[in-house]
Design a protein around this ligand. Structure first.
Ligand code: FES
Length: 131
C-alpha cells in the first residue's frame, strides 16, 4: 500500500513503489517539507534548525477507498514549488488516521502553506527557491 505519513514538525515519510523525478527510488523516502533541507527533496534534519512547525494531525477529508492501493507513486518536485504526486496514495496522520485518499495531489514542500500538507500556492508569496 502506498502512503505518506506526516511527521509532527518534520518531514513526509513516503512508502510505496517510488519514482522520484522519473527515476526508480526504492520503497521508502523521507522528504523535506520545511523547505530548509540542503539535500532536497530529501530531509536532512534541517527542520530542527529552523524550528519548523507543522501538525501531523490535519483534519480528515472526505474520500472514497481507493480501487487500487499500490502501483507506482510518481513524485515530481516542481521547481520553486510543491511536490506533484501521482499514483494511488493514502495520506496518513502521525497517529495513522487516514487524512485523505488521492490519485493526484500537490503537497507543500516550502513549509509555508496554511493548509499543510497541501500546497496553497504560498510558495509564490514567500519566493521559495528549489530545484
Ligand atoms: S509548496 Fe508550500 S505552499 Fe506550495
Amino acid at each position: 500500500m502506498n502512503l505518506v505519513q506526516l511527521r509532527e514538525n518534520g518531514p513526509l515519510g513516503v512508502r510505496g513503489e517510488l519514482v522520484i523525478r522519473g527515476q526508480a527510488a526504492g520503497m521508502r523516502a523521507t522528504l523535506c517539507r520545511c523547505g530548509a533541507s540542503k539535500n532536497k527533496p530529501y530531509c536532512d534534519g534541517s527542520h530542527h534548525e529552523v524550528s519548523f512547525v507543522a501538525s501531523a494531525e490535519p483534519l480528515t477529508r472526505e474520500s472514497e477507498p481507493l480501487a487500487v492501493r499500490n502501483g507506482p507513486l510518481r513524485i515530481h518536485p516542481e521547481t520553486n514549488g510543491p511536490y506533484t504526486v501521482r499514483g494511488n496514495l493514502e495520506i496518513c496522520a502521525g497517529t495513522g488516521r487516514t487524512v485523505d485518499r488521492v490519485t493526484s495531489v500537490r503537497m507543500c514542500r516550502c513549509g509555508h502553506s496554511a493548509n499543510k500538507p497541501f500546497c496553497d500556492n504560498s510558495h509564490e508569496r514567500v519566493g521559495f527557491i528549489a530545484d
